[in-house]
Design a protein around this ligand. Sequence first.
Ligand code: COA
Length: 320
Amino acid sequence: MFSRIMATGSYLPDKILTNQDLENIVDTTDQWITERTGIKQRHIVADDQSTCDLAEFAARNALEAADIDPQSIDLIIVATTTPDRVFPSTACLLQQRLDIHGCPAFDVQAVCTGFVYALDIADKFIKTGAAKRALVIGAETLSRIVDWTDRTTCVLFADGAGAVIIEASEEPGILSTHIHADGSFAELLTTNGGITDVGPDGLDNILIEMKGNEVFKMAVNTLGRIVDETLSANNMQKSDIDWLVPHQANIRIINATAKKLKMSTDHVVTTVQNHGNTSAASVPLALDTAVRDGRIKRGETILLEAFGGGFTWGSALIKY
Ligand code: COA
């Protein structure tokens, strides 16, 4: 038994923050951000919206595309680093909104690799017969934990959600998934606190901290290795890949991976210019963009890859 992608969906909040807008917030320029990251604009959540709101829009968008009854979903996984609450999980909050009862629902926290982790888990549930139809989501409101005084990070991160529905199939589908972590790099991309630091006034002011240069180098090297691992596990050549759908962190990291694959940028889905780095939402957002605009077609082979805090990294090779 395999799992295959039935449908995709996504949602971006209405508010757009451009590089010019950022010039009024920190000491930066549109030119610097464009040259160093490829980002031109990003979407920012409304004050009254939460990660679960974004996840719900993306989920409904995917359910509509799949044209299925939500009651047929028997597994919900939400990848997020910015859950609405410490508990219940965002997946349980979403399950309630979709009026689905009884099936397992849980969050996965692997930062920017979160969606690939969630897809790996959902694929294993389906392959073992434990689920038949899974809703897998990446959703983030990173703008809530960005330090808006730190120009080295606030220009990068943003908000959004992407979703896929996968179902059991006799034909592949998801050909393979590969996930990894190395916690010894935890301090290079982290937050300045968490539950351990809750003071008398509660949980306040958790902010992203990053050593950008070191993260950059690790990301480029590690993504190169995961490409090799994925191709060799499937006995495939670089030329067998029709589309690269990478994590959207930085155009220079994306181009380095494309170069490693000897892929022309025409076959690389890039949304980083419009979305910024939406962490766990970035890969499903990019996937949905290219499915809906007709670039990715049924039967094509696509490579999803991601790298993020932890460090975590992973890939999924898919016959769409
Ligand atoms: N605007 C203007 N100047 C900026 C700036 C900004 N937004 N951010 C940093 N700078 C400055 C720095 O202060 C530094 O100035 P200095 O030379 O006077 O000290 C200079 O630009 C170069 O900084 P550096 O950090 O070396 O730039 P870089 O080319 O490495 O680019 C990142 C910085 C963050 C874009 C890059 O390191 C990166 O993308 N890293 C990976 C981040 C990432 O993807 N994280 C998530 C992984 S999931």
